[in-house]
Design a protein around this ligand. Structure first.
Ligand code: NAI
Length: 332
């Protein structure tokens, strides 16, 4: 029976993974803390570790895992920017991921964020609960006829683009690997990034975080956007230079910003900090702005996605254990 240490465990993760086919053949140790160099000693005697987006598997952490005898890392997410893949390869540690679980979950949350922010549903909800039925300050805009810029037309970006087409939006897309047949079928136009920035009323990010895409949205790119443009980021926090976004919100250049991810979310998101002062002043400032809506990296959080993450993670662990893995899940 293989032994797996599962980090950053939440109740919903545990329930989903234990219900997955094959989970009974694995000996699980669940930890609620994250895996870092400081906590890696807890993996001694384990065959594998199972981690999520805010565990930090840099070289020192991977070296500690190798010393502890760990041979496999199973990511229960799609993005892998939190793992030093070269170091894992050098240390003989295999790394698997779940490349797709429910692109619909993330795309639908993206649209939910935009609709909530634009139509001020979050403000209306609070007002009506206090018997304040005034409409002052709740004016939104029609999505129909607006231009949406989708950056990254992989699995999630394509789902989001199709939903926006359903609203009657024009969709401009940008991706180094355009999917031209799909775009022409959907009436979607690929455009250079500069054209997308200058023409879009709403910009939605669906690309991975890489050294090239780090701070794709900064003061320079924001300056190219239309005055009043809305920005939505459900991909990775570090795609966006947060102080530049705050300046643009204060000046009115950006009309609204909806985020499911934040560049310094590690240690904050997924946890309850309601009982003490938030130590991140930038996040506190963002939260104070009326045209900002933030969720805590929950775009993936549907029953379907959790079930699929658990199924593929357990399958990955089993297949790698037998010396094979699904080609699109194996990173090293
Ligand atoms: P995918 O791999 O299917 O698609 C990513 C697309 O981005 C690819 O078509 C790629 O060519 C494109 N791309 C890469 N660099 C680019 C650049 N510089 N400019 C424009 N396009 C670029 O990935 P998928 O499944 O669509 O996921 C997208 C991102 O969503 C992930 O990288 C992850 O960061 C994020 N995500 C967020 C979740 C959440 O709960 N908030 C859950 C799952 C994923």
């Amino acid at each position: 029976m293989i032994k797996i240490a599962f980090y950053d465990t939440k109740t919903y993760d545990r329930e989903a993974v234990l219900a997955a086919p094959g989970a009974g053949d694995i000996e699980w140790t669940f930890h609620d803390f994250r895996l870092t160099t400081e906590t890696a000693a807890t993996a001694v005697g384990m065959d594998a570790v199972c981690v999520f987006v805010n565990d930090r598997l840099d070289r020192p952490c991977l070296e500690k895992l190798a010393e502890a005898g760990v041979k496999r890392v199973a990511l229960r997410c799609a993005g892998f920017n939190q793992v030093d893949l070269q170091a894992a390869k050098n240390l003989g540690i295999s790394v698997t991921r779940v490349p797709a679980y429910s692109p619909h979950a993330v795309a639908e949350h993206t649209v939910a964020l935009l609709m909530t922010l634009n139509r001020k549903i979050h403000r209306a909800y609070n007002r009506v609960r206090e018997h304040n039925f005034s409409l002052a300050g709740l004016v939104g805009f029609d999505l129909h006829g607006k231009t949406v810029g989708i950056i990254g037309t992989g699995k999630i970006g394509r789902c989001a683009a199709e939903i926006f087409r359903g609203f009657g939006c024009h969709v401009l897309a940008h991706d180094p690997f355009p999917v031209t047949d799909w775009a022409s079928q959907q009436g979607i136009v690929y455009a250079p990034l500069d054209d997308l920035f200058s023409q879009a009323d709403i910009i939605s990010l669906h690309l991975p975080l890489t050294p090239e895409s780090h701070h794709l949205i900064d003061a320079t790119t924001i300056a190219r956007m239309k005055t009043g443009a809305y920005l939505i980021n459900t991909s990775r926090g570090k795609l966006v230079d947060t102080p530049a976004v705050i300046e643009a919100l204060k000046s009115g250049h950006l009309g609204g910003v909806a985020l499911d991810v934040y560049e310094e979310e590690e240690g904050i998101f997924f946890e309850d900090h309601s009982g003490h002062a938030l130590r991140d002043d930038t996040l506190a400032l963002l939260l104070s702005l009326p045209n900002v809506l933030i969720t805590s990296h929950q775009a993936f959080l549907t029953q379907e996605a959790l079930g699929e993450i658990a199924r593929v993670t357990v399958a990955n662990l089993g297949l790698v254990n037998q010396g094979s893995a699904l080609p699109d899940t194996l990173l090293t």
